[in-house]
Design a protein around this ligand. Structure first.
Ligand code: ZN
Ligand code: ZN
Length: 250
């Protein structure tokens, strides 16, 4: 009885904390770049920092620079190494966008994640394949990471995309079954090796014959999204697209 009561009290306290942190970020946001307190009409960054965000050039492949149409961030040649069918991103990963991403990844700034998801949705609204998407999901993290951090930042992006695009979301399709080494410092090949068999599909019925959009914060080598795509396709997904807030050049 006492145990049950303790569990109930701890759940209650956690939900108050959650509510408190959400309210804090909406009512008293601090610019992730310059740390100045922002006003209500400002969103991801304060007025003086927001213009410094670099949007990805839609007309050239982000890897090789060749001319492309605006349906994808990579040219057909660069895309051919991946299992995904196409994908979009909003910002170039640099010293400005990395502050925003860091803020929603480590500082519980859910508000920034939501705003980034909105920007991403605006970008996706123009591509022809957006109308084919049946379900949105996210790159998962391990249960241990989820416990430590309290949330998965990629899931927040997926939720914001779902809200803005009015497409169903389910963040319990993929499971990360083991912790992987930090990709930083690994070669391109090692990154693909590092994430191999780290993911499982736990809800394959939902994706059978479906077109899935997978959301994440940053696309660097693309190894993680590629591995998730492999698993989704092995489990019956027909087409897999990806959407990330930022794109980092190797
Ligand atoms: Zn600022
Ligand atoms: Zn290319």
């Amino acid at each position: 009885m006492m145990l049950l009561l303790n569990a109930a009290v701890s759940t209650f306290i956690n939900s108050i904390k959650e509510l408190g942190s959400d309210m804090l970020f909406v009512n008293n946001p601090v610019c992730p770049v310059c740390k100045r307190v922002m006003f209500f009409d400002e969103n991801i960054l304060c007025k003086s920092c927001v213009d410094k965000l670099n949007y990805i050039n839609d007309n050239e492949c982000h890897v090789c620079g060749s001319k492309i149409n605006s349906e994808n961030i990579l040219c057909d040649h660069c895309m051919s190494i991946y299992s995904m069918d196409a994908g979009k991103s909003v910002f170039t990963y640099d010293n400005i966008s990395s502050c925003v991403i860091h803020d929603f990844k480590y500082n519980r700034n859910r508000y920034a994640a939501k705003e980034c998801g909105k920007r991403l949705a605006e970008r996706l609204a123009d591509v022809s394949w957006i109308k084919d998407i049946d379900i949105i999901t996210c790159v998962p993290c391990t249960a241990e990471k989820l416990n430590q951090r309290g949330y998965n930042q990629a899931a927040l992006i997926a939720l914001a995309l779902s809200d803005a695009l009015n497409i169903e979301v389910n963040n319990e399709i993929l499971l990360k079954c083991r912790e992987t080494k930090d990709q930083i410092g690994l070669s391109y090949e090692q990154r693909f090796e590092n994430v191999k068999n780290a993911f499982e599909v736990i809800n394959y019925k939902i994706i059978e014959n479906k077109t899935v959009l997978i959301a994440d914060d940053v696309f660097t080598s693309g190894a993680t999204i590629n591995e998730c795509t492999n698993m989704l396709k092995k489990s019956g997904a027909r087409t897999v697209y990806f959407a990330t807030v930022a794109l980092a050049r190797e």
